[in-house]
Design a protein around this ligand. Structure first.
Ligand code: ZN
Ligand code: ZN
Length: 374
C-alpha cells in the first residue's frame, strides 16, 4: 500500500529556498482550494491532507532541516500502514522490555485522547483556629488551564473543520508487526501526530493557538468543613486543570495550615485549656469562669483540695467531628500557682499557717513512731 510520497516542496509549489512567509501563503491558498468543505472533486481530501502534512513539516524549522537532509524518513510522517518496522529482537535490553512491548498494545489503545484527565492542583491555605473548628468559606485565586471558550476545547478555529489524520488513517493507532522469539506480534501504539484522535486540525483556534485550553486566573470558593485540622487536604472536585483538548478536569486539593490559638490547644477533636488558679482556690475550692471556643464563658466548680494538673472535662465543648454532629470535649487542666510578692499581712498569715502545719506534721510523725515501736 505504500505509495511513493511527493516532495513536500512540490506539494506546496514552492522552491527549496522559499521563506516562511512564502510557505505560509502557499499553504493558505492551497488549503482553501482543496478544503473538503469547498472542494467536492475526487481526490481533493487526499490532496488536502497532503498539503497539511507538507506544511506541518516545512513550517517547523527543525523538521524542515531534517527533511532537507534525510527526506521523508526523517520526519516520521510515513503515511503508510507501518508494516515496515520489523523489530529486531536484539534491541530489547531484557525479557521484561519484551513483555512490556507485548502488552503495551492494550494500554496504548486505552490512552486515546478525550478520556484524558486534567492535572490536579494543589493550593496551600492558612486558616485560623476558629475557622478550622467551625468551618468557613474561602475564596482563593489560582492560575490554571481552562477550556478555551473560543473553540470550546477542540483547538480548531470555529467554522473550520478537521481532516482525517494521514499517519494513522483516522484510527488513532499505529500498528507495527514485530518479530520476536515467540513469533510475530502486532504492537499497537497511540498515533503521535493526532494524539489518538484520528483527526488533525486544519486551522488552529486563534485564541488558544490550537491547544484547546488557555491559562486563566480563576477565583474559586472553597467550603472548609467544621472540624478540619492542620495538614488536612480538602478536595474540590473538578476545579483542577483541563487537559489539552478537553476531557475531565482534575481536582483541586487545598492543603490546610491552621494557625495556633493563644490559649487553646488541640488534641484530635478535644480542646485543651490550661487554667491557672491560686493555691488558696485549690485548697478551699472555688467557682471560676472558663473560656470556651464558642466564645462564651462557662462556670467551672473547683472542689476544695484540688491538686495541680487535675483535669476537668467540659463535655461536648470541643471540636466537631468532620461531616458529623458529634463533638469532642474541652479539657480544663488546673495549674496551681505559687504566690509571689506577698504583703506583710499575707506573709504573717502564711507564717501562722505554716506553724500550725508543722505542729500537725510533728504530731503525725510522733503517732507514726509510736505505731512502729508499739
Ligand atoms: Zn481555542
Ligand atoms: Zn493519527
Amino acid at each position: 500500500m505504500a505509495t511513493s510520497k511527493r516532495d513536500y516542496y512540490d506539494v506546496l509549489g514552492v522552491s527549496r529556498s522559499a521563506g516562511d512567509d512564502d510557505i505560509k501563503k502557499a499553504f493558505r491558498r492551497l488549503a482553501k482550494q482543496y478544503h473538503p468543505d469547498a472542494n467536492k472533486e475526487q481526490g481533493a481530501e487526499a490532496r488536502f491532507i497532503e498539503i497539511n502534512e507538507a506544511y506541518e513539516v516545512l513550517s517547523d524549522p527543525q523538521k524542515r532541516a531534517a527533511y532537507d537532509r534525510y527526506g521523508h524518513a526523517a520526519v516520521g510522517n510515513g503515511g503508510g500502514t507501518g508494516f515496515s518496522d520489523f523489530g529486531d529482537f536484539g534491541s530489547f535490553s531484557s525479557i521484561n522490555d519484551l513483555f512490556e512491548t507485548f502488552f503495551s498494545g492494550t494500554a496504548g489503545a486505552q490512552r486515546r485522547a478525550g478520556t484524558q484527565r486534567g492535572a490536579d492542583l494543589r493550593y496551600d491555605l492558612t486558616i485560623t483556629f476558629e475557622e478550622a473548628v467551625f468551618g468557613c468559606q474561602k475564596e482563593i485565586e489560582l492560575p490554571r488551564w481552562e477550556t478555551c471558550t473560543n473553540c470550546r476545547g477542540s483547538g480548531a478555529q470555529p467554522g473550520t473543520s478537521t481532516a482525517r489524520c494521514s499517519s494513522c488513517q483516522g484510527t488513532g493507532e499505529i500498528r507495527r508487526v514485530q518479530q520476536s522469539i515467540f513469533g510475530q506480534f502486532v504492537n499497537v501504539t497511540m498515533c503521535e501526530r493526532c494524539r489518538g484522535e484520528g483527526r488533525v486540525i486544519t486551522t488552529p483556534c486563534e485564541k488558544c493557538r490550537g491547544q484547546g485550553r488557555v491559562r486563566n486566573n480563576r477565583r474559586v470558593v472553597v467550603n472548609i468543613p467544621a472540624g478540619v485540622d492542620d495538614g488536612i487536604n480538602v478536595r474540590v472536585t473538578g476545579e483542577g486543570e483541563v487537559s489539552a483538548r478537553g476531557g475531565t478536569p482534575g481536582n483541586l486539593y487545598v492543603i490546610l495550615t491552621v494557625k495556633p490559638h493563644h490559649v487553646f490547644k488541640r488534641q484530635g477533636n478535644d480542646i485543651i485549656y490550661e487554667l491557672p488558679i491560686s493555691f488558696t482556690q485549690a485548697a478551699l475550692g472555688d467557682e471560676v469562669e472558663v473560656p470556651t471556643v464558642d466564645g462564651k464563658a462557662t462556670t467551672l466548680k473547683i472542689p476544695a483540695g484540688t491538686q495541680s494538673n487535675r483535669s476537668f472535662r467540659l463535655k461536648g465543648m470541643g471540636v466537631p467531628v468532620v461531616h458529623s454532629s458529634a463533638r469532642g470535649d474541652q479539657h480544663v487542666i488546673v495549674k496551681v500557682v505559687t504566690p509571689t510578692n506577698l504583703t506583710v499581712e499575707q506573709k504573717r498569715l502564711l507564717e501562722e499557717f505554716a506553724r500550725i502545719e508543722r505542729e500537725q506534721n510533728d504530731k503525725n510523725i510522733f503517732d507514726k513512731i509510736k505505731d512502729v515501736f508499739h
